[in-house]
Design a protein around this ligand. Structure first.
Ligand SMILES: Cc1cc2nc3c(=O)[nH]c(=O)nc-3n(C[C@H](O)[C@H](O)[C@H](O)COP(=O)(O)OP(=O)(O)OC[C@H]3O[C@@H](n4cnc5c(N)ncnc54)[C@H](O)[C@@H]3O)c2cc1C
Length: 267
């Protein structure tokens, strides 16, 4: 590590003020991505603005048809929340399968969506559930938020404050984990609300999280695992690395989608 100034504001507004005032300042949430990046000298901000004391970025509540989760909620808090378990059990399951206990007790939902790792789990849930990412400046639909590998629609100095998930009638997640990191080789979140069905895939896309239109079309006819029989995901634009080639990952999209639908319908 090297020298940097550390700030611990008490509100998101104060944090935004520090970001505006201090040159080369970066937000710190759980630190599970940022600190390793700094240790490897891939990032070297002059100021760290720790969101840990911002009580206004915490809290999980049901607001009408939405489940609203504060950006600084840890994965462990989301997993253990009875409000989440009741509103969108698939989201609680997702949170309970992120990394290991250490990661789940430090890592936050806001840090995860802001970082937009191509293998992170929450981006798939946001896209499939049609979430709204709320910042200190505006509301951004998930469809417009995730713009590429580690890229989002967030502007300089913008802070994710909460995420609103519309409650679906059926929703679930399945992921094929890398046994070492527990990140998704492929993860698929499925959600059904009325006649609308959305299927979002993480871990597989060269450009990060994406929706799978062929899967959505098949599931709109009938929301059942069998509907995906014979529906193949294309390997075009799918990641290939030392862990899995593109064809294998494409195959896993179908397998994970089926598993997620089976969970969603309780089979
Ligand atoms: C060993 C290991 C295994 C992991 N396994 C998984 C896994 O299986 N699935 C998974 O999804 N993730 C996994 N993760 C990532 C983990 O979920 C972290 O939560 C995630 O990396 C980032 O969240 P954080 O709170 O730690 O953010 P930080 O590291 O503090 O910040 C990440 C980035 O987001 C920015 N940021 C943070 N909060 C905000 C905000 N509110 N508004 C705007 N910008 C913000 C920071 O400036 C920084 O650029 C793993 C991490 C590790 C180390």
């Amino acid at each position: 590590m090297y020298a940097f100034a550390y700030h611990r504001p008490a509100t998101a507004r104060q944090a935004a003020g520090l970001l505006a005032k201090k040159e080369d300042a970066k937000l710190l949430a759980g630190g599970h991505t940022l600190l390793p990046t700094m240790k490897q000298r891939l990032a070297s901000p002059a100021h760290l603005v720790d969101l840990g004391a911002c009580a206004d970025l915490r809290g999980i509540e049901r607001k009408g048809r939405n489940l609203v989760i504060g950006a600084m909620s840890t994965h462990a808090e989301v997993a253990a929340s009875s409000i989440v378990q009741e509103a969108i059990p698939g989201l609680a399951w997702l949170a309970s399968h992120i990394g290991d206990p250490h990661v789940r007790h430090r890592g936050t939902i806001g840090g995860s969506v802001a970082n937009n790792d191509p293998a992170a789990d929450y981006p798939a849930a946001c896209l499939a559930l049609g979430a709204t990412i709320v910042t200190n400046r505006r509301k951004i639909e998930a469809d417009a938020f995730f713009t590429g590998l580690y890229e989002t629609a967030l502007e300089e100095g913008e802070i994710v404050t909460k995420i609103a998930f519309p409650v679906a009638s059926k929703a679930a997640y399945a992921k094929f984990r890398n046994p070492a990191s527990r990140y998704a080789l492929v993860g698929v979140f499925v959600a059904k609300r009325g006649s609308d069905v959305r299927v979002a895939v993480t871990g597989a896309g060269e450009g990060g999280v994406f929706r799978w239109p062929e899967g959505e079309a098949a599931l709109k006819v009938r929301f059942a695992p069998k509907s995906l029989d014979g529906v193949k995901a294309s390997a075009k634009g799918v990641n290939a690395d030392m862990h899995a080639d593109a064809e294998y990952r494409a195959h896993l999209i179908g397998v994970m989608a089926k598993e997620a639908v089976a969970r969603a319908v309780g089979k």
